[in-house]
Each structure stands twice: as structure tokens, then as C-alpha cells.
Design a protein around this ligand. Structure first.
Ligand SMILES: *Cc1c(COP(=O)(O)O)cnc(C)c1O
Length: 403
């Protein structure tokens, strides 16, 4: 099929729920992607943070191949070695005390499990979530998600959810009640605009939860596995959540979500309380074990911290020269550039110049490159972006001049 045929088929037969970019991707390697016509792109979106170890990492390919020849699927009601190997590895890297794992297939599902678990363990119904939060689009997760655009047409949602301003622990204190089961929070908000809270925020939430007997659920679906410069973003503030939700990057692109809780909390689930057919299947677990090894061997959290602080510094310099940039923020290789206008134009121009970037709301360009991206590739990406930004700046200056 050629490019237009592929696009026509997807337009005709695929549910129209994604805002699509007009390229057909056929191949990936590391931080590069190629389209059907052989054009090369630097990938600074990594499938919304999924391709953290890069595309088609040879070790991930090898483990998927080996395991799929042996066994692809193994229901949770049977035991399996690939699953145990992964479990041993993941509980070694999670914060101390978080050692019971529920296997889901997506970020939203890992949130669903956390919400059910919090209700079961505490016997209380309410959840405090944050304004600007994104936790996914299934009903439970959607009830914790903030954006009205996603919620409005699907009400009534799950009752018991309250949203308070992100970063404001005083407001949490005011809104917590005897019926609050959990506080649900992203350590850095991703979809909500790459918002980094004050460093005292998570420790304050931890303190409130300890005081009130409320559970702290940290959604590390986007921030986990080194993205922000530490294995988990909550480790920047040295807190241990009661429940941690993970997904996106963990299985190198295969669908896997994890809800990891303290043992006494997860033990409140009894047989049959929660389950999913695909959860923790053998191939996904083998891929995830490979990903965890790569993160360790290639020291990806430190890489993210180094590369991230350098590109953020360069962006701040650019911000000093260009008035159209309102703010530059981020942690590790989770980076946002806020503009004074809609960024769709910038994103499309970047695409035409061979660079894939994301948005995060109307006026924010978001970068989530693979953590294996080379300094040279990242410099090239920044070069493309700064050329486009300078052009936009000049164009806007010309317009104001001629007015
Ligand atoms: C992407 C995301 C989710 C939802 O994950 P899905 O796999 O799309 O369901 C939940 N929380 C955060 C923080 C996310 O970034």
C-alpha cells in the first residue's frame, strides 16, 4: 500500500478518536523512525513515553522472540517462570515496602486497580485527585482525570472524586474527610502541561495521609522508569507511596500496566476481587524483564538527568531571545515549552523538518524522547525546534510591526 491508501483505510475503518498526523510509520530503530517513503524522523514523542529504551531494542526483540517460541500466553491462574523472573526484578527496584504486584494491560487499568484497592482496604469511598490530572479514560480513571473535554459526554462518572489545585497541600487538608480512601497524584503532571510541583508537595501529601489514615497513590505511568532522572519520579522527594501505578514504558511497547502496593494493602484483595485475562502474560513479562535490564545496564535514569538538564538550559537561553516562549519546564527528559499561542503550527512544521514532538494542552510543546537518544540526535532535534521557533518569533514581530 502507498501512503494515501494506508491513510484512507485508517480514516475509513478506524474509530476516529485520535488527532492524527499525516505520516505512515513503518520502521524504528533507537530514537529514529522512518515513514513509508523512507523519510527519517527524530522521535521526541516515543509513543507518549512508551519507547523509553528506543525502538526495536535488540535485547527486547531477542527476549520476545525466545519467549514467544516457548509460550505466548499464560493465564494468572497458572504459574509461569517468565512472570516470576520479572516479579523478582521489579520488586528489587521499587521503593522499599512496595512488593505486591497486580498485572494489568494499560495505564488506565492500573489506576482502576488502585482505586478499587483503596476502597477495599480502607472501606471508604472517596478519592482526592488533582486539577489538571490525567489518569486515563476508563470510567474510574476518567473520574480522576480533570479535563472536562474528556468527561463531559460520559456522565454520570464514578461518584466520590474531588479535584483540588495541583501543588497545594493546604487545599488537600481542607478537603480530606473521614470518608477519604486515597489521594491520587502524578509526581509530575504530563498531559496536564508538564507541571512540576514544589518539592515539598509530595512529602506534605505523605504526611497528611499518615496523619489521616488515607492512602497515597502515585501515578507514575508517564514518569516511571527513569524518565525524570530517577527510576521513579517520587524518589526525587524521597517518599514511598502506598500504591504506585505504572505502564507505558515498562514492556518496551507491549501492553503492560502494573499496580504495586504494600503487602498488607494488596492483601485486602481476595481471590476473584479483581482480574484480567491477559494480565502478566509470558511474552509481555519477558519483554519487561529485558527493558528493566537495559535501564540498569545503560544507566538510563542518569542519562535522562544529564541530557535533560542540558537541553532545558538551552531552551531557557532560547526563551531569553524569543518572547513567544512563555515558560520552559521539566524534569529529566520530560520537558514542556509553553508558548503564548496554539502550538499546532510548530508541531506540524517540526514534522515537516523530520522531528516528532508532542503537545500537552493547546499551547505547550512536550518532548518525551527515548532515554537512549544520543547527544547528537538531541542537539539536532533542538536545532530544528529553535529554527522553527525563531521563524515564528520573527513572523509575529513582522505582523506587529505592520499593524
Ligand atoms: C498515559 C497515562 C495514563 C493512561 O494510560 P493508558 O495506557 O493510556 O490507559 C494514566 N496516567 C498517566 C499519568 C498517563 O500519562
Amino acid at each position: 500500500m502507498n501512503k494515501l491508501e494506508v491513510m484512507d483505510f485508517e480514516k475509513k475503518y478506524m474509530a476516529n478518536v485520535y488527532s492524527k498526523k499525516p505520516i505512515v510509520i513503518t520502521k524504528g530503530k533507537g530514537s529514529l523512525l522512518w515513514d513509508l517513503d523512507g523519510r527519517e524522523y527524530i522521535d521526541c514523542m516515543s509513543n507518549y513515553g512508551v519507547s523509553l529504551v528506543g525502538h526495536s531494542h535488540p535485547k527486547v526483540i531477542e527476549e520476545i522472540k525466545k519467549q514467544s517460541e516457548l509460550l505466548i500466553s499464560c493465564h494468572g491462574s497458572l504459574y509461569n517462570e517468565a512472570r516470576s523472573i520479572f516479579l523478582e526484578k521489579i520488586v528489587k527496584i521499587t521503593p522499599k515496602g512496595l512488593n505486591k504486584v497486580y498485572f494489568a494491560n494499560s495505564g488506565a487499568e492500573s489506576i482502576e486497580c488502585a482505586i478499587k484497592l483503596a476502597r477495599k482496604f480502607t472501606g471508604k469511598p472517596e478519592v482526592i485527585a488533582m486539577m489538571g490530572a490525567y489518569h486515563g479514560k476508563t470510567f474510574g480513571a476518567l473520574s480522576a482525570t480533570w479535563n472536562q473535554k474528556y468527561r463531559k459526554s460520559f456522565e454520570p462518572l464514578v461518584p466520590g472524586f474531588k479535584h483540588i489545585p495541583y501543588g497545594n497541600s493546604e487545599k488537600v487538608r481542607e478537603n480530606i474527610t473521614k470518608e477519604t480512601a486515597a489521594i491520587l497524584v502524578e509526581p509530575v503532571q504530563g498531559e496536564g502541561g508538564v507541571k512540576v510541583p514544589p518539592p515539598t508537595f509530595l512529602p506534605e501529601l505523605r504526611e497528611i495521609c499518615d496523619e489521616k489514615g488515607t492512602l497515597l497513590i502515585v501515578d507514575e505511568v508517564q514518569t516511571g522508569f527513569g524518565r525524570t532522572g530517577k527510576m521513579f519520579a517520587s524518589q526525587h522527594s524521597q517518599i514511598t507511596p502506598d500504591i504506585m501505578c505504572l505502564a507505558k514504558a515498562v514492556a518496551g511497547g507491549l501492553p503492560l500496566g502494573l499496580t504495586i502496593a504494600k503487602e498488607d494493602i494488596m492483601s485486602s484483595f481476595k481471590v476473584g476481587d479483581h482480574s484480567t485475562t491477559f494480565g502478566g502474560n509470558a511474552v509481555v513479562c519477558a519483554a519487561a524483564t529485558a527493558v528493566l535490564k537495559i535501564i540498569e545496564e545503560e544507566n538510563l535514569p542518569d542519562r535522562a538527568a544529564d541530557l535533560g538538564s542540558r537541553i532545558i538550559a538551552n531552551m531557557r537561553k532560547l526563551q531569553n531571545e524569543c518572547k513567544i516562549i512563555r515558560d520552559v519546564r521539566g524534569l529529566g527528559l520530560m520537558i514542556g515549552m509553553e508558548f503564548r499561542f496554539d502550538v499546532l503550527n510548530i508541531i506540524m512544521k517540526a514534522l515537516e523538518s523530520g522531528l516528532l514532538v508532542l503537545d500537552a494542552g493547546r499551547n505547550i510543546v512536550r518532548l518525551l524522547p527515548p532515554l537512549v537518544i544520543s547527544q547528537e540526535q538531541l542537539d539536532r532535534a533542538f536545532g530544528i525546534l529553535s529554527t522553527i521557533i525563531r521563524e515564528e518569533e520573527n513572523e509575529r514581530l513582522r505582523k506587529t510591526d505592520s499593524n
